[in-house]
Design a protein around this ligand. Structure first.
Ligand code: AP5
Length: 209
């Protein structure tokens, strides 16, 4: 399965990817997780990405396309993958197509903007593996660490002002991708406003799992 997860910030892409990666037995490639890892390591990529991520803007297409192409060329992506947070512009979707990557399905997680701020301001995330938690909906294990043992933190871009910018960018630059893939008959849409478990059940049904 070569699957794209599409949806606004806080739609639950990372949360559902965590479940799907186990069910489908394929890796999840999250550009957000990769860029934040580069920021923590202080690499040139990380320094560049920080200038955009901290304001809720998109990192330039050529930069993101480069890291995704490199990652998809690795052996563990040969039998399929889940893309979380990529593509995010029509140019990125076209670059994927030009690279000969055939996508099977695009899973669009639908959530109203009004739900997003609450979800993202309560989010916590593992610094090591990127697993998302939520102070109410998906609490961190009792020892305060991620299931992988990593430190759990709050993301710098999960503040109200940056969340609003990210939503604006999503509607302007990322949402048109839905039309792009709908024209190819690849989009399945799922309501992601219920609980995590309700969304997982709806995803399974939509993907025939
Ligand atoms: P990225 O890391 O991709 O962030 P995002 O798309 O803004 O999405 P989020 O990670 O915020 O949300 P999510 O949908 O994964 O939700 P989650 O499952 O965590 O990108 C960050 C930045 O990197 C971008 O702004 C950009 O600058 C840059 N970037 C990344 N990719 C790029 C690209 N391709 N091109 C250019 N720039 C790029 O859930 C959110 C919270 O809600 C969690 O706490 C979770 O526990 C909770 N939750 C989830 N589902 C439910 C539910 N059903 N009910 C209740 N709570 C729920």
């Amino acid at each position: 399965m070569k699957l794209i997860l599409l949806g606004p910030p806080g739609a639950g892409k990372g949360t559902q990817a965590e479940v799907l990666t186990k069910k489908l037995g394929v890796e999840t490639i999250s550009t957000g997780v990769m860029l934040r890892a580069a920021m923590r390591e202080g690499t040139e990529l990380g320094k560049l990405a920080a200038q955009y991520i901290e304001g809720g803007k998109l990192v330039p297409d050529d930069v993101v396309v480069g890291i995704v192409k490199e990652r998809l060329s690795q052996d563990d992506c040969k039998n399929g993958f889940i893309l979380d947070g990529f593509p995010r512009t029509i140019a990125q979707a076209e670059a994927l197509n030009d690279a000969g990557v055939e996508i099977d399905k695009v899973l669009s997680l639908e959530v109203d903007d009004s739900v997003i701020v609450d979800r993202l301001s309560g989010r916590r995330e593992c610094k090591a593996c990127g697993t998302p938690y939520h102070i109410k909906n998906k609490p961190v294990p009792e020892n305060g660490k991620c299931v992988c043992g990593g430190e759990v933190i709050q993301r710098d871009d999960d503040n109200e002002e940056t969340i609003k910018n990210r939503l604006k960018v999503y509607h302007e630059q990322t949402e048109p991708i839905k039309e792009y893939y709908a024209a190819q008959g690849k989009v399945v849409s799922v309501d992601s406003e219920g609980t995590v478990e309700e969304t997982t059940a709806a995803v399974d049904k939509a993907l025939g799992l």
